[in-house]
Design a protein around this ligand. Structure first.
Ligand SMILES: [Cu+2]
Length: 332
């Protein structure tokens, strides 16, 4: 590697990692970098301040935190039967584990289904009444009635009112689904490939996790659903908004996880963005939901939500994984 290359890559690394990263990887990074003096000056006051301010009893803890190598830890979580995955003989939505999912499911269960069922029953009853009362046998002489202003006003106004009643929560739900992520939210870039997924963590050093479907035998051996289990999951923190950006590397894919009420196209040459908020830790499965070629059916999605500290421990197990950015405040 030439000196210019070294300088360029180190410059890029420092922009990405920030001061906190420089602290974590302090000694090795600084020793190797031509740009070290600047970074060291920037980092030194931050490092020195807590140590100076700390009392004697706290000092060992600070020293331990500054230990140069923290490799993190991670053991794949066992999925919970019936949570974040399809269930036997399931015929409606999966249980929802995100606020937007709860709102969407409420829209379906409380607004749409009752109105649809009521209208269907009303129309069926009206049809039966008409068939029984107004047939040729019951009325040999046909009525000449052709207009009734009151009835016509009613059957125009009632459907309008029904549509207004549906429109209010429907438009509200639509808007909520595209609320932008708050400032400081963790970003995960999801790339659809033919035929697997890549998860890039730009806030944590920019590493990419490549995720392929596990063979059926391996999935079953792990206690996971066949054809939904993957070798490397998309690991994210639970209980905070995450900015998901999707893009396709070759053709259009769609990143979809039913139990999180999440579906977003991954289109080549375009970044789509949407907030993912997972209420509690767990493993949530999904699939590519845009016909993308021969193995479209074999590029499942497995999202593992962990508490913040365990997520950060996982980040440290990844090549170049760094932790620094503070988590965003949960959305109201
Ligand atoms: Cu696909």
């Amino acid at each position: 590697m030439s000196l210019a290359d070294t300088a360029r890559s180190m410059g890029k690394a420092f922009r990405t990692f920030g001061v906190a990263a420089a602290l974590t990887f302090g000694t090795q990074a600084l020793a190797a970098a031509p740009a070290a003096p600047v970074a060291a000056e920037a980092a030194a006051p931050v490092a020195a301040a807590p140590a100076a301010a700390a009392s004697d009893s706290a000092a060992p803890a600070v020293a331990a935190e500054a230990a140069p190598v923290d490799k993190g830890y991670y053991t794949p979580m066992k999925p919970t039967a019936g949570k974040g995955q399809p269930v036997d003989k399931g015929w409606t939505f999966q249980d929802q584990y995100s606020p937007i999912g709860e709102e969407g499911l409420w829209m379906h269960d409380v607004i749409l289904m009752p109105i649809i069922v009521a209208i269907s029953i009303l129309v069926l009853v009206l049809l039966l009444v008409v068939m029984a009362k107004f047939n040729k046998r019951a009325n040999p002489v046909a009525s000449k009635t052709s207009h009734n202003t009151l009835i016509e006003v009613i059957w125009t106004l009632v459907p309008v009112l029904i549509l207004v009643v549906i429109a209010v929560p429907s438009i509200r739900l639509l808007a909520h689904q595209y609320d932008p992520a708050p400032k400081g939210a963790l970003t995960v870039k999801v790339t659809g490939y033919q035929w697997y997924w890549g998860y890039t963590y730009p806030d944590n050093g920019g590493f990419e996790v490549i995720s392929n479907m596990l063979p059926d035998e391996d999935a079953v051996k792990n206690g996971e659903p066949a054809q939904l289990a993957v070798d490397n999951r998309m690991v994210v923190p639970a209980g905070e908004p995450i900015r998901i950006q999707t893009i396709g590397s070759d053709v259009i894919h769609a990143f979809a996880v039913p139990s999180l009420w999440f579906k977003l196209d991954a289109v080549p040459g375009r970044i789509n963005e949407k907030v993912l908020f997972i209420k509690e830790p767990g493993v949530y499965y999904g699939q590519c939901s845009e016909l993308c070629g021969a193995r479209h059916g074999y590029m499942p999605i497995a999202v593992e939500a962990l508490p913040r500290d365990k997520f950060e421990a996982w980040v440290k197990t990844q090549p170049g994984g760094t932790v620094g950015a503070a988590p965003a405040a949960p959305a109201a």
